[in-house]
Ligand binder design. Structure first.
Ligand code: SAH
Length: 242
């Protein structure tokens, strides 16, 4: 797996310093800090620092170069971000495909992701330096994202794959798994309790138990939830005797 530090974000010829700051912020929110600037128009700049908000450390260590070639030194794979789908003999990937592609490179490979100018994008010579192009599928009538927004999309997509701490749907809570036996015991308990309280008629069970199985089979119960359900069923059974 690639280290986040091995992924270099390169902004070429940025006109508005605010966009450099916003790009630094976009990177830092996703855990990236390797920022390179090629001939920025105005930099350093108070506006860049202001727009970086708490990401001024990323700006402070940004490396400024005079040419794209200089910024690419040491990079094995170069991906160019392009808002326009040009008819070039270079494969065009969407961000998800690009991240899958990066995942196949060796762990210590240095990866460059190159972003163009606000008004004109990347020149043909700069695109020639890129091994692959990445296009963010957008509104076909209005496909050009703000530079920092494009950085954010890529950084997010990379984080989703390369950050091992992300476990979708399991944030903030330790859930203990249950197994098929546990579910079977729950269904037996349901059947007994519902019979005891007169909700289920064993002579005419209809599809009640099948429907309850369908409900709980798809609900991904954890041990805690299972115990709550047993508790409710016991309380219902006890209540019947009062
Ligand atoms: N007007 C320029 C786009 C400038 S946006 C053009 O048509 O090329 C500034 C940079 O953000 C682009 O050079 C590109 O690197 C990135 N970007 C913006 N929208 C993008 C998209 N839909 N897909 C990929 N990169 C995009």
């Amino acid at each position: 797996m690639n280290q986040l530090e091995n992924i270099r974000f390169i902004l070429v010829g940025t006109t508005h310093p605010g966009n450099i700051g916003a790009a630094a912020r976009a990177m830092k929110t996703m855990g990236f800090s390797n920022l390179h600037l090629v001939s920025p128009k105005i930099y350093p700049s108070a506006e860049a620092t202001a727009r970086a908000s708490g990401a001024d450390d990323v700006l402070a260590k940004a490396v400024v170069h005079n040419s794209l070639d200089e910024a690419l030194v040491g990079c094995e794979q170069v991906y160019g971000m392009s808002a326009r789908l040009r008819h070039l003999p270079v494969p065009v990937l969407n961000p998800r495909e690009a991240v899958a592609h990066i995942q196949q490179t060796s762990d210590d490979a240095h990866i460059a992701i190159v972003f163009g100018r606000e008004h004109s994008g990347l020149s043909n010579e700069e695109l020639d330096r890129c091994h692959h192009l990445i296009n963010i599928p957008a509104n076909t009538d209005y496909s050009s994202l703000n530079l920092a927004a494009a950085v954010q999309v890529l950084a997010y997509e990379l984080k989703m794959t390369f950050d091992p701490s992300i476990e979708v749907g399991r944030v903030g809570e330790e859930r203990q798994a249950i197994n098929a036996d546990d579910l079977e015991h729950l269904y037996i308990h349901f059947e007994q309790a519902l019979t005891t309280i007169g909700f289920l008629d064993p002579e005419k069970p209809k599809n009640l138990m099948r429907r309850l199985r369908r409900l709980f089979n798809r609900s991904d119960l954890d041990r805690n939830e299972l115990q709550i359900l047993h508790g409710i069923l016991r309380a219902a059974e006890d209540g019947k005797g009062e």
